[in-house]
Design a protein around this ligand. Structure first.
Ligand code: ATP
Ligand code: MG
Length: 353
């Protein structure tokens, strides 16, 4: 099933929470809605499911308009943030729920439930109650319950947020494996950028009820189009620059009182822009960098992080940047050191301010 959302508005009372949102999710895609708290992720997911109604616009599944259909007629599987398991039912009864609700009975239900539990690695726990399971096991029951009905669309609302870090990474893999195996079009909601980058075919970065940028994980991380996206996905230094010249590929700009070259990613001619520098793309050395352009800087602070060291540098003109060094000797500079900051024009992008 492909999902097509067109000019969608959703309002709660007077407040418009989703505004003119359009989005096309291809069949079989693992699509992630990524955005901060309150931006409308759950609302959009619940509107796709049919639990919240649209006040304008439409939602279609493979060309069929489902905007007015109730949830049980949309053939969706849903996994909620808090699992929403029935505490008084066993694991097997929880998984069987959706099948019973569709009027299925007997041997077929037993077999499908056993298969679904096997697929999430819980074949041996069917007789337990949810209270006697770990968080990760509960989450896998919720996943089995959503998948057992063979939905054409799988919707997941922050399904990993209640798990500890290790388990989160394990279940990430379980989810992506099951999704690829069944090739179910999936909409996954998270505010965790690492989850989004590692699991998705496509990511929609949401800001205040709209999708601000849509792209592959590589697009979103490598070529953010706005300062908001650059900052939300990965860390980014965002510095205001004055623009002088551009050949459409390289821009020349002034940062404080120094000139630098950067990749021109502006939609058109402009006199001001935002220079985006990823901390891991910056170099620091005692002598000037070649062939990269070098700016004099002073180390103001440093955090040793084991595999890397993060430095806070002052460039003069009250401009500060964070640079991260990896590899041997990454912790070799100290506060007070005068250093050279190396900026590779290919890894520095100027976007619209
Ligand atoms: N039932 C409701 N009635 C009124 N306002 C609501 C309702 N549900 C959500 N909102 C408001 O709509 C906005 C979007 O909420 P939503 O739950 O979609 O955000 P979210 O992106 O899922 O956030 P989070 O990451 O915290 O779960 C918020 O401002 C919220 O307060
Ligand atoms: Mg939410």
């Amino acid at each position: 099933m492909s999902i097509d959302i067109s000019n969608l508005d959703v309002t709660y009372g007077q407040e418009k929470v989703i505004s003119g949102l359009s989005l096309a999710i291809p069949e079989g895609c693992f699509f992630t809605l990524l955005g901060p708290s309150g931006c409308g992720k759950t609302t959009l997911l619940r509107t796709i499911a049919g639990f919240v109604s649209a006040s304008a616009g439409s939602i279609s599944f493979s060309g069929r308009n489902v905007t007015q259909l109730p949830p049980h007629k949309r053939n969706i599987g849903m996994v909620f943030q808090d699992y929403a398991l029935f505490p008084d039912k066993t694991v097997a009864q929880n998984v069987a729920y959706g099948l019973h609700a569709r009027g299925e009975k007997g041997e077929g239900v037993t077999r499908k439930v056993a298969e679904a539990l096997e697929r999430v690695g819980l074949g041996h726990l069917g007789a337990r109650h949810p209270a006697a399971l770990s968080g990760g096991q509960r989450q896998r029951v919720a996943l089995a319950r959503a998948l057992v009905i063979k939905p054409q669309v799988l919707l997941m609302d922050e399904p990993l947020s209640n798990l500890d870090a290790k388990l989160r990474i394990q279940i990430r893999e379980t989810i992506t494996e099951l999704q690829r195996e069944a090739n179910i079009t999936t909409v996954f909601v998270t505010h965790d950028q690492e989850e989004a980058l590692s699991m998705s075919d496509l990511i929609g970065v949401m800001n205040r009820g709209a999708v601000e940028q849509l792209g592959t994980p590589q697009d979103i991380y490598g070529t953010p189009r706005t300062g908001y996206v650059a900052d939300f996905v990965g860390a980014a230094n965002r510095l205001p620059v004055q623009l002088h010249a551009s050949d459409g590929r390289l821009a020349e700009a002034t940062l404080g009182s120094v000139r630098i070259k950067a990749t021109d990613a502006l939609p058109g001619p402009a006199s001001e822009g935002l220079l985006i520098l990823r901390p891991e793309d910056l170099k620091i050395s005692a002598t000037p960098h070649d062939p990269m352009q070098s700016l004099p800087a002073m180390v103001k602070g440093r955090q040793y992080l084991g595999s890397k060291t993060s430095y806070r540098l002052e460039l003069g003109d009250a401009l500060q940047v964070v640079a991260e060094l990896h590899g041997p000797g990454h912790d070799g500079f100290a506060p007070g050191d005068r250093v050279n900051l190396g900026i590779d024009p290919a890894l520095a992008r100027v976007i619209a301010a």
